[in-house]
Design a binder for this molecule. Structure first.
Ligand code: AHM
Ligand code: MG
Length: 324
């Protein structure tokens, strides 16, 4: 079954937009595969003060150009662009907003490790009189998402997608450029013994996160009573894809190096889409106070603390946070 067949039961306008995003990702996959020194060269600095590499900018250009073809798209927002990208006026008919991180994990480009694209689709509600969209229209909580997905550019090019009725996986056939469904319903085991965190930040974490990691490091001799394994790719897409495939928990928590910044990852186009996918697969996502799908939105590029994955681990993290 192809991606297009899979979407036959989705709202036609939503299906069309997802297929446009999938087309853009086929182009991005080809550019990623081609490689070249210009990919990893710094070309500018984005709105978040981060270095943009050649491939970040190329991936962003491709997504903006290809997704704009979709007739239901009202506006876009990208990690790489300060302001929203209006496409057409918001009308009473409604439509969708597309938010994305065009190339997640771009520090991995030069070392030829998996990178990815993450996207979130939100409903555009009609307004009278017709007017161009403004950023506030896109600032909806994660629970409002109509669809969410990511693509991993790895040994295989894989897309994981939810339209709110479970999670399916697709693999890109490199000869035909067709997305074939490779997993009909991905589910996340509630119990896991694998975690992912950048442990070099240990001394900066809040006490509940330090306690969590102390406990898992103590293994069967500690309060958890079993040994844990650790993995960290450095691309959230690749870490989350492993977790969706075999269970696990991923943490990028708030830390006190920049106390006013909620975390490293961005809510609208990294945490929210991953939270919807994980929720639909039976897992959970927590920001230290609330479920990420309910995190209040204060800005298009807002940061958030992220603890996401197998339900039992996230429940345990919630309990540790409640005790402090
Ligand atoms: P990016 O969107 O600028 O690539 O940054 C997000 C990435 C995540 O994919 C990944 O989990 C994290 O940053 C890695 O951070 P670190 O450098 O601390 O390992
Ligand atoms: Mg990213």
């Amino acid at each position: 079954m192809t991606l297009s067949d899979h979407l036959a039961t989705a709202h036609p306008a939503l299906a069309e937009l997802i297929l446009a995003v999938a087309d853009a990702c086929v182009e991005i996959a080809a550019v990623v595969r081609r490689g070249g020194a210009d990919h990893s060269a710094a070309v500018s600095v984005n709105v978040q003060g981060e270095v943009q590499k050649g491939l970040d900018v190329l991936a962003d250009d491709i997504l903006v150009r290809v997704a704009a073809r979709s007739p239901a798209l009202v506006a876009m927002a990208s990690e790489e662009q300060d302001d929203i990208i209006p496409v057409r006026d918001l009308t009473a008919e409604g439509g969708y907003y597309l938010l994305f991180d065009p190339l997640d994990g771009s520090s991995n480009i030069e070392v030829n490790v998996s990178v990815g694209t993450i996207f979130s689709i939100l409903p555009a509600l009609g307004a009278i009189p017709d007017r161009p969209a403004v950023a506030a229209d896109l600032m909806q909580r994660g629970r409002s998402q109509a669809a969410a997905g990511y693509v991993v550019y790895g040994p295989q090019v894989t897309m994981v997608l939810t339209t709110g009725e479970g999670v399916a996986g697709f693999t890109l056939d490199p000869e035909t450029n067709i997305w074939n469904r490779s997993a009909e319903r991905m589910t996340l085991p509630a119990r896991t013994s694998e975690y992912a965190i950048n442990a070099s930040n240990y001394r900066h974490w809040a006490a509940p996160v330090q306690t969590y990691v102390d406990e898992v490091l103590a293994g069967k001799d500690g309060p958890r009573g079993r040994n844990f394994n650790m993995r960290w790719v450095g691309s959230m897409v690749a870490d989350l894809h492993r977790i969706l495939t075999r269970g696990g928990v991923f943490l990028y928590p708030w830390d006190k190096r920049e106390p006013d910044r909620a975390g490293r990852l961005r809510l609208m186009y990294e945490a929210n889409p991953m939270a919807l996918i994980v929720d639909q697969a039976g897992g959970q996502a927590f920001d230290g106070m609330t479920d990420i799908l309910d995190t209040p939105v204060t800005g298009l590029h807002q940061r958030v603390s992220v603890m996401i994955g197998s339900a039992e681990e996230v429940e345990h993290l919630k309990a540790l946070h409640a005790n402090t």
